[in-house]
Design a protein around this ligand. Structure first.
Ligand code: ATP
Ligand code: MG
Length: 421
C-alpha cells in the first residue's frame, strides 16, 4: 500500500525547522506588545458570507481560492483565507467601538487558500496579522507599517523595501476607474483572459495581474495617485512625510491595489532580498469601508498580514541564524533493572526541579548510553551503577571536559543547578 502524504500545498513543520518558527513567533509577540497591540484569536473558520462580503466576491481569493463547505447542519463555512474580515467581525460583535480607539490587535495562525502550490505559496500558510481599527489618522498607517518593518529588521533581514500606493476612496476612485477602463479597452486584444474578466468585473485588479504578457500594459497604465481627492491626497502626503522623517525608504508603485470599494487610501507591501518580487513578505493597507460592509457603523481601519513561511524562506535564504531551542542537559544512564528504577525516579525529581533530563531506554551498554549522551548534546551524564546504588551516589560525567565526579544522590539537584545556570 502506498504511503499517505500530506495534502498538496501543505507542509509538516519538522522539529529541525521549529527554531525558526519559535523565534519568529517570539519576536512577533514581543514587537506587537512594544507597539501596544493585544492578541486576539478568532476561529479558524467563519460563515462564508463574512469572507464573500469582507474580501469581495470579485477577488481571486473569493472567486478561486476559498475552502468552503457545508457543515453537517447545512451551514456554509469557510476556512479563513485571511484574518481581517474575521477580526472586524469580532470588533463589531463585541462592541469594541466603546473601547479607546483605535483598537489595536494582532493574531497568529493558519490561513487556507486553494492556490497552485509553488515556492512561498501554499494551500495552508500561517500569518502574523496586525490591525488598528477605529482611527483615520495617517500616523496609524505609519505605526502599522512600522510594526512590519521593525519585525523584519529585528529578524536581521537585508534588502528590505516598502512598496507604497494610495488607492483613494469611493469619492475619487470612480474617476480614475473610468480612465483606467478606457486605457485597457485600447489594449483589449493584448491582455490575458483573467484581465478580460477583471476589466468587466473589477478593473482596479487589472493592475495586480501577474501574467508576463500583461506587465508592459500595467507599466504604462495611469496611476490612481494622480486622481486622489484632496482628503486622500493629504492623507497620503502626511504619511509620506512621516516615512521621510523616519528615514524609511519606500518606492511608490501604481501597481499596488486592493481592488474593492472598502479598501481605501494606503496600500503597501514589503519585499525582502531573496524571496522575489512576486512574493511579498507582507501586504497591508487601509479598509475604511469594511465595517459597514459587515453590517457595522462606519469605522476606519488599517492593518497588514505577513506570511510566516515567507519569513522562514527569507531567513534561510539570507542565512539568518536563530537561537537553538532549549533541550535537556542531563542524561541518566543505568546498568540493570534496579539502577534503572533509581534512574527513573531521579529523572522525575530533576524535571520537577526544572532540570531537563533524559533517560536511556532498553538494555544498552554503558558505552552505548554515553554515545547517546554525546548525540543528544547533554552537558552531564549521570551514571548509576551497582557501586553507586549501594553507596547512594551517582557518577556525574561532565561531557565537555571528560571529568567524572561522585555526588551523593541527595545533592545531585543542587550540584547540577549550580552548574547549569
Ligand atoms: P500574493 O500577491 O503573493 O498572492 P496576496 O495579495 O494574496 O499575495 P495577502 O492577501 O495580502 O497576499 O496576504 C498577506 C501575506 O500573506 C502575503 O504578503 C504573504 O506573505 C502571505 N501569503 C498570502 N498567500 C500565501 C500563500 N498562499 N502561501 C504563503 N504565504 C501567503
Ligand atoms: Mg494571493
Amino acid at each position: 500500500m502506498a504511503l499517505y502524504s500530506a495534502p498538496r500545498g501543505t507542509q509538516d513543520i519538522l522539529p529541525e525547522d521549529q527554531p525558526y518558527w519559535r523565534h519568529i513567533l517570539e519576536r512577533a509577540h514581543y514587537i506587537a506588545q512594544l507597539y501596544g497591540y493585544q492578541q486576539l484569536d478568532t476561529p479558524i473558520f467563519e460563515d462564508t458570507a463574512i469572507f464573500e462580503h469582507g474580501i469581495g466576491e470579485t477577488t481571486d481569493i473569493v472567486e478561486k481560492e476559498m475552502y468552503s463547505f457545508l457543515d453537517k447542519g447545512g451551514d456554509s463555512i469557510t476556512l479563513r483565507p485571511e484574518f481581517t474580515a474575521g477580526v472586524v467581525r469580532a470588533y463589531l460583535e463585541h462592541g469594541m467601538h466603546v473601547r479607546p480607539q483605535p483598537v489595536k490587535v494582532y493574531s497568529l495562525g493558519p490561513c487556507f487558500r486553494y492556490e497552485r502550490p509553488q515556492a512561498g505559496r501554499y494551500r495552508q500558510h500561517h500569518q502574523f496579522n496586525v490591525e488598528a481599527i477605529g482611527e483615520q489618522d495617517p500616523a496609524v498607517d505609519l505605526e502599522v507599517m512600522s510594526v512590519a518593518w521593525y519585525l523584519y529588521e529585528d529578524l536581521g533581514f537585508k534588502g528590505l523595501s516598502f512598496q507604497l500606493n494610495s488607492i483613494g476612496c469611493p469619492r475619487c476612485r470612480p474617476n480614475f476607474l473610468t480612465v483606467l477602463v478606457e486605457y485597457y479597452q485600447g489594449h483589449a486584444d493584448d491582455i490575458c483572459d483573467d484581465c478580460r474578466r477583471r476589466l468587466e468585473r473589477n478593473p482596479l485588479r487589472l493592475l495586480d495581474c501577474k501574467t508576463e504578457s500583461c506587465q508592459p500594459i500595467i507599466d504604462a497604465a495611469p496611476s490612481m495617485r494622480e486622481y486622489l481627492c484632496d482628503e486622500c491626497a493629504e492623507h497620503f502626503q502626511t504619511l509620506l512625510g512621516y516615512l521621510d522623517s523616519l528615514g524609511r525608504p519606500y518606492t511608490l508603485s501604481h501597481r499596488l491595489v486592493r481592488g474593492l470599494d472598502y479598501y481605501t487610501k494606503t496600500v503597501f507591501e514589503v519585499w525582502a532580498e531573496g524571496i522575489g518580487a512576486q512574493n511579498a513578505v507582507c501586504g497591508g493597507g487601509r479598509y475604511d469601508g469594511l465595517a459597514e460592509v459587515l453590517g457595522g457603523p462606519p469605522t476606519p481601519g488599517v492593518g497588514f498580514a505577513s506570511g510566516l513561511e515567507r519569513i522562514v524562506l527569507t531567513m534561510k535564504h539570507q542565512g539568518v541564524q536563530v537561537p537553538a531551542l532549549p533541550a535537556p542537559q542531563v542524561l541518566i544512564a543505568s546498568l540493570d533493572e534496579q539502577t534503572k528504577l533509581m534512574g527513573v525516579k531521579l529523572a522525575s525529581n530533576l524535571r520537577v526541579a526544572g532540570i531537563g533530563a533524559l533517560i536511556s531506554f532498553g538494555d544498552r551498554s554503558l558505552k552505548a548510553q554515553l554515545r547517546q549522551a554525546d548525540r543528544e548534546g547533554v552537558a552531564f551524564t549521570l551514571i548509576i551503577g551497582e557501586r553507586e546504588a549501594e553507596a547512594g551516589q551517582v557518577t556525574v560525567r561532565d561531557m565537555a571536559r571528560g571529568e567524572q565526579h561522585l555526588v551523593a544522590l541527595e545533592d545531585v539537584i543542587s550540584w547540577l543547578s549550580q552548574r547549569l545556570m
